[in-house]
Design a protein around this ligand. Structure first.
Ligand code: EPZ
Length: 427
């Protein structure tokens, strides 16, 4: 067990490179199961969720080697179609292996996935998309037994643009017989990175002018070399920290386009944001202004994964900010810890009303999920005094050495061993 200790109130200055995107790397690793070849994936962050995906690949018969931020996956000899419960429960994204394992082996046996406890997170959309492609799926005692002698292209209509269901359907469709039209597909940049990766491997997937995904089934896919896109949520987290603590930071490897909705929020709060081609410069001084209303939405709307960090930043803004969480029904776990630090937040169902206070003060708090944990780091960096954050393993799922990133920017932040009691597992 470890804890992060932040001595807040020091403006952040300098430049930092943004890590590769976890939520792009994970489905790309799942896609490797489809390939009869060797693949090199660059810019792959070293995170516990990525290590869990590698463990699943190895279990399925692939070899995976890491050298720095480059992973080499040899998936010529996939020999297994079962994923053990302990690997499935490590993270939510394990469910995306269902589509690729089924497509590669004709079978898949696995249980429901784990992941951050931020709502019910059902998998009905994943299963109905796979059924539309011809999969037979039985669920017995929490175990999914799936079969498909031959997956066949179909028209699939997603009632909600679920990221995971889009990725799962795509992975099952790329080697299916015939064409698939995936209507209402998610438009997140991480989905587009998966599409780019699959096309580099010989697949034929394109976005239609309406934003649907059209897939022409190809019988087999080969390996390729691919660089994972930068992590827009890691970038947003640093931006929120600059907003909270003040300072002037240049983010490298941070293309502004995927962050457009968030950039609008930072500017309305009083931060100066200068987009470059692949960089973002953010500066903040003095007290920020509240942003009347922020609604999380599917891309290109404001991302739910950035909601907690931006809330932490706005806890000390002048005025009241309303934050509506429309994606997950239970994504306000960070509120209790922010209140411990002096924040004034009222919750009404899926809306949080954040009334800015002049300052937060350091406290001993606990991360209960990934983005909640990141929000506590943001709050701690802006707070007066010392904040001790426990539950660091949640943060490590999605941020590579978060303390090192902020140290580079001049923050007083350390990670150390912790003998105190840790919070119970949220998965
Ligand atoms: C992905 O989760 C991301 N995870 C999440 O990031 C992110 O918050 C989310 O997309 C939304 O952007 C990865 O990419 C690994 P969804 P996913 O399916 O695919 C409901 C982080 O912090 N739904 O788009 O699980 C669901 O309950 C993580 O990095 C169904 O009802 O998200 C939720 O309310 C957390 N039935 C909404 O859709 C389904 O079958 C969005 O879920 C599937 C989803």
């Amino acid at each position: 067990m470890e804890k992060i200790i932040v001595c807040g109130g020091k403006p952040l200055r300098g430049s930092v490179r943004v890590q590769g995107a976890k939520n792009a790397a994970l489905p790309i690793l799942a896609a490797c199961v489809l390939l009869s070849g060797v693949t090199t994936i660059e810019n792959c962050p070293d995170l516990s969720d990525v290590r869990a995906a590698c463990a699943i690949l190895r279990r399925l018969g692939c070899t995976v080697e890491r050298s720095g931020h480059t992973l080499t996956v040899d998936s010529r000899f996939v020999s297994c179609y079962t994923i053990p419960n302990e690997l499935m429960r490590e993270m939510r994204s394990s469910i995306v292996f269902l589509g690729s394992v089924l497509a590669r082996t004709g079978k898949a046996v696995l249980c429901a996935p784990g992941g951050c406890a931020i709502g019910r997170r059902p998998i009905d959309l994943h299963l109905s998309a796979l059924r539309a492609l011809g999969a037979e799926i039985d669920e017995q005692n929490g175990v999914l037994c799936c079969r498909a002698r031959q997956l066949c292209g179909a028209v699939i209509s997603l009632p909600f643009p679920s990221v995971g269901a889009t990725e799962n359907a795509l992975l099952a469709a790329v080697t299916a017989r015939g064409n698939t039209l995936l209507c209402g597909a998610a438009r997140e940049p991480e989905v587009d990175d998966l599409v780019l990766f699959l096309n580099r491997c010989g697949a034929a997937v394109r976005r239609t002018p309406r934003g649907d995904l059209f897939v022409r089934g190809t019988p087999w896919l080969h390996g390729c070399r691919h660089r994972v896109i930068p992590d827009r949520i890691a970038a947003l987290t640093v931006m929120a920290a600059v907003g909270a603590a003040g300072g002037d930071v240049l983010l490298q490897d941070a293309p502004p386009a995927p962050l457009e909705a968030a950039i609008g929020v930072f500017r309305r709060a009083g931060c100066s944001v200068e987009p470059g081609e692949h960089t973002l410069r953010i500066a903040a001084a003095g007290r920020l202004r509240a942003v009347p209303c922020i609604r999380t939405l599917p891309h290109p709307g404001f991302p739910t994964d950035g909601q907690a960090a931006v809330m932490a930043m706005l806890c000390t803004a002048q005025g009241t900010t309303k934050i509506e969480e429309t994606i997950f029904e239970n994504r306000f776990h960070h509120v209790a810890a922010l209140r411990q630090m002096g924040a004034c937040i009222r919750l009404h169902g899926r809306t949080a009303e954040v009334e800015g206070v002049p300052f937060l003060r350091g406290a001993a708090v606990s991360a209960c999920d990934l983005r909640a944990g990141a929000s506590l780091v943001v709050a701690g960096l802006g707070a007066r005094g010392v904040t001790v954050i426990r539950g660091v393993r949640h943060i490590d799922r999605g941020y590579e050495k978060i303390e090192a990133c902020f140290k580079t920017l001049g923050a007083q932040i350390e990670r150390s061993a912790d003998s105190g009691p840790e919070q119970p597992k949220s998965e």
